[in-house]
Design a protein around this ligand. Structure first.
Ligand SMILES: [Mn+2]
Length: 416
């Protein structure tokens, strides 16, 4: 008997059909963020990344052209099992030679090459207006600015992005999640906390007044408790965005990024809370560490707990999952690969957990046995099922993919 057959029998004793789990896991779309490949720069400006986010590190070989970024994404997805979606930011518009279009005037045609790329690979596309790294950020504010010209510019950008998102959905046949996040905030104690939020609310409402089909475009609002340079206050706080989404349920979803909360808060606990009130929710999956919200995803306790909540709440089809992190200090293709494979492992572990039996112990008040069983299932042979999953999906096993990355680094990245 091989290791998979042996593990399959162990899980079967818990009532889990591992073959069915592997089929299901391979069908769950997870959005891969293009911005890990070039440190969140994009192709529409020469300036640095600024406006509440920052990359650190100077690892050689980052992509500087659309062709390079697409080649790097291809390399990463070839190393990852599972169904992918492509996550783009508006600053990744691709212009013709000599053409430059500002963000308020972007059109679907500026993303046609991405659509071709996604369609050739059978992927849907998610999208994000880019409210940072741009001179129309005034005193660090965009949609919440007191300057009506600044707000108008960014509202037009948001509306343009809704039109582009609908284009993505129609072209690929897969709904497009369009996430609104701004770094709007203040470095130090504000004199007015409500004014920026009132303007932010009106601005997002203005963006969502652009006509769109909610079955095709899924606008989201993402909160963040702080940013680099906006440590004291953000307009888009957790309460602000969650309340906004609740009040606009007919055309907006809440998006939780697990790096965007106070360090002792956990998104795993927030997932079932939101599922009581929203038909669908969206996640940015990342790893916060001290002041940074964007380290490469690893298989730590909270990552596993988030996946468990999605699975045991029977919410795989109600949750849009996207990775969101960027590390410029290590090989960027390895960063993508580690994070994507990690989330696959977290989902697999969650799907191989006997949730109904555990919940029954809770409901029956048998807390001693619940504790024991929760500890016991941690030692089940997850790795053997993971290896089978990689083999069935044609992805390399753990320990077998980094040589490919190193070869690509030598052949391609170091020659840039
Ligand atoms: Mn995020």
């Amino acid at each position: 008997m091989n290791r998979y057959q042996s593990a399959k029998e162990i899980y079967a004793a818990y009532g889990i059909d591992t073959d069915a789990v592997l089929d299901r896991l391979a069908s769950i779309p997870v959005s891969l963020h293009c911005w890990q490949g070039d440190d969140v720069i994009g192709f529409d400006h020469d300036g640095p990344l600024n406006g509440g986010i920052q990359t650190t590190g100077n690892y050689p070989g980052k992509a500087t052209t659309p062709e390079q970024l697409m080649a790097d994404i291809d390399k990463a997805i070839s190393l990852c099992p599972g169904k992918k979606k492509l996550n783009l930011h508006a600053c990744y518009a691709i212009f013709e030679e000599g053409e430059l279009v500002d963000r308020d005037k972007l059109e679907p045609k500026h993303f046609k090459k991405w659509v071709d790329f996604a369609k050739e690979r059978g992927m849907g596309i998610d999208f994000n207006p880019t409210f940072f790294s741009h001179p129309m950020q005034k005193h660090g504010l965009t949609l919440s600015s007191p300057d009506p010209d600044v707000r108008a510019f960014w509202i037009e950008h948001g509306k343009a992005c809704i039109r582009i998102s609908e284009y993505f959905a129609r072209e690929t046949g897969i709904p497009c999640v369009m996430n609104i996040w701004t770094g709007d905030g203040f470095k130090d104690v504000p004199a007015d906390r409500m004014g920026p939020r009132a303007r932010y609310k009106q601005s997002i409402e203005a963006i969502l007044s652009e006509p769109f089909d909610f079955d095709l475009v899924k606008p989201c609002v993402e909160s963040k408790v702080f940013g680099i340079g906006v440590e004291a206050y953000t307009a888009g706080s957790a309460e602000f965005t969650l309340s906004f989404a609740a009040e606009h349920k007919d055309k907006c979803l809440p998006l939780m990024d697990n790096g965007h909360y106070h360090p002792t808060e956990v998104v795993s606990d927030k997932i079932p809370a939101l599922l009581c009130f929203f038909d669908e929710i969206a996640l940015h999956i990342t790893r916060g560490i001290r002041w940074d919200s964007d380290h490469v995803l690893l298989l730590d306790d909270e990552t596993k707990e988030m996946a468990k909540e999605i699975v045991r709440c029977d919410a795989i089809d109600r949750t849009y999952m996207a990775l969101d992190y960027f590390d410029a200090s290590i090989n960027r293709i390895a960063a993508w690969t580690v994070g994507f494979r990690t989330w696959q492992k977290a989902l697999l572990g969650a799907m191989l957990t006997p949730h109904k039996a555990l919940a029954a112990l809770q409901d029956e008040g048998r807390f001693t046995e619940l504790m024991i069983m929760q500890e016991d299932v941690k030692m089940l042979p997850l790795g053997d099922i993971w290896n089978e999953y990689c083999a069935r999906t044609g992805a390399p096993a753990d320990g077998e993919w980094f040589a490919t990355v190193k070869q690509y680094e030598n052949d391609v990245l170091l020659k840039r």
